[in-house]
Design a binder for this molecule. Structure first.
Ligand code: HEC
Ligand code: HEC
Length: 278
């Protein structure tokens, strides 16, 4: 009898442990693995301007678009949106006025964010100091899709833990590693055929950086030990001591729990090994 009650209690605690909306969880995701500030926080010569965290920034200017990641603090226009509206903007890329949020915000992957993580992110954004920073509207010379998919009712994230499944959730919907590291085709990253095979070029004040192959192939990360990979991801330094270039959000991954980095590495070791995209 007693043990049944204990089992029920333990079960109850376990469920609450991974299914909970909290500002702390939201803060962890936004400042850690999700790295929203990598695009939404103004970057100066000395790194991100944390006095204007998530106040808006010019993310990318190229022939296809000039993308301004808007102010998402309570001083921006999101202040007038309900929690459900803000959540829909993040996970489905549709604003309350029906307009679609363009790239490089990784909406295709954010569609997989679990309900609790999504609402935790929203809860944390509401607690930020209001920034009065204004950014211009983005301009897109490419057509934006009418939507990134059908409306989403509910997504359940896999249970937290050092598992391939949770690693896939982190490397995909949460930290969008696979958005940058998958070879791009005419309609975006080719997840079906070239997951993690790399090749995308990023242009910025640093010059050009190319997202490398991170599959478990010899062209990819097969030659790195787990601890070398951990250092690469969280410090932006390769085993030979060379520093890695932006825009990978190393500082955000430095604020990511070690178990979560372990899960990501476990997942990377599990995906199909592919040669470099030629
Ligand atoms: C890779 C860059 C990038 C990342 C990472 C990113 N965003 Fe964005 N986000 C953008 C861009 C660019 C826009 C504006 C696109 C446009 O103008 O259509 C945007 C728009 C938005 C908007 C709509 C704002 C408005 O006023 O229209 C919200 C809300 C938002 N992002 C929230 C988030 C949150 C929360 C995260 C982290 C979970 C995040 N973004 C991560 C680039 C990014
Ligand atoms: C915004 C794009 C972007 C995101 C998001 C991103 N990366 Fe990267 N990553 C890059 C670029 C660009 C480089 C190459 C930097 C250089 O050459 O200096 C890189 C380098 C790496 C390397 C080094 C590989 C090698 O062979 O040298 C690893 C490993 C890696 N990323 C893993 C990850 C993981 C894991 C995540 C998610 C937690 C991630 N990346 C998220 C763009 C990104």
């Amino acid at each position: 009898m007693k043990s049944t009650i204990l089992a029920v209690l333990l079960l109850g605690t376990a469920t609450v442990g991974f299914a909970e909306v909290s500002v702390e969880r939201g803060e962890y995701l936004v400042r850690g693995p999700a790295g929203c500030g990598n695009c939404h926080t103004p970057q100066g010569p000395n790194g991100p301007d944390m006095s204007n965290e998530l106040g808006g920034f010019l993310v990318e200017k190229n022939a296809q678009f000039e993308a301004w990641a808007a102010n998402i603090t309570p001083g921006g226009r999101v202040a007038g949106w309900s929690d459900t509206e803000l959540a829909r903007a993040i996970r489905e890329g549709i604003r309350p006025d029906g307009t679609v949020i363009g790239p490089p915000m990784p909406i295709g992957l954010y569609r997989g964010l679990g309900d609790d993580d999504l609402m935790s992110i929203v809860a944390f954004l509401r607690t930020l100091p209001a920034s009065d920073n204004k950014t211009p509207a983005s301009t897109y010379n490419i057509p934006l899709p009418p939507a990134y998919g059908p409306p989403i009712d509910s997504v359940t994230a896999p249970p937290r833990g050092v598992t391939v499944e949770y690693g896939a959730y982190l490397a995909g919907p949460v930290a969008h590693c696979m958005e940058c590291h998958t070879t791009f085709g005419p309609t975006g990253p080719m997840f079906e055929t070239s997951l993690g095979a790399g090749g995308y070029e990023f242009h910025g004040p640093w010059g050009v950086s190319v997202a490398p192959n991170i599959t478990p192939h010899e062209d990819g990360v097969a030659g790195y030990s787990d601890s070398e990979l951990k250092a690469i991801i969280t410090t932006g330094t390769r085993p030979d001591g060379s520093r890695m270039l932006p825009p990978m959000g190393y500082a955000h991954y430095a604020r990511t729990d070690e178990a979560d980095i372990d899960a990501i590495i476990l997942y990377l070791r599990s995906i199909p090994p592919l040669p470099d995209a030629s």
